[in-house]
Design a protein. Structure first.
Length: 111
């Protein structure tokens, strides 16, 4: 009768060892999944921060462009003689031509 009991004990020990190994593997997999989730959350946070930075830079650039447009408009207004602002037409020799092409007064195409 000792032999069957030993076999039962052995098979029970093998079964318990299998369950323990399965639990260990499951725990390892859970740890890996948790690490991956943490990495994913970090990446999402980094993307949000980068997106905010891009929006901030874009906003600053738009403000700088508006400021430069205003400055350019002021310089153009200073360059245009008063008689041209009022719409009078003079011979070309009477009009002082700016030396730099982008300082020539222009219409809405510059905006």
């Amino acid at each position: 009768m000792h032999q069957p009991k030993q076999k039962r004990d052995h098979s029970a020990a093998v079964a318990v060892a299998g369950v323990v190994e399965h639990l260990q593997q499951t725990w390892v997999l859970h740890q890996m999944v948790n690490r991956l989730l943490i990495c994913q959350q970090r990446m999402e946070r980094m993307q949000q921060v980068q997106h905010r930075q891009v929006l901030l830079i874009r906003h600053r650039l738009l403000l700088q462009m508006q400021m430069l447009r205003r400055q350019l408009q002021q310089k153009q207004n200073q360059q245009v003689p008063k008689h041209l602002k009022q719409g009078q037409i003079l011979p070309l020799t009477a009009v002082r031509t700016p030396l730099i092409p982008w300082m020539i007064p222009c219409t809405a195409t510059a905006m």
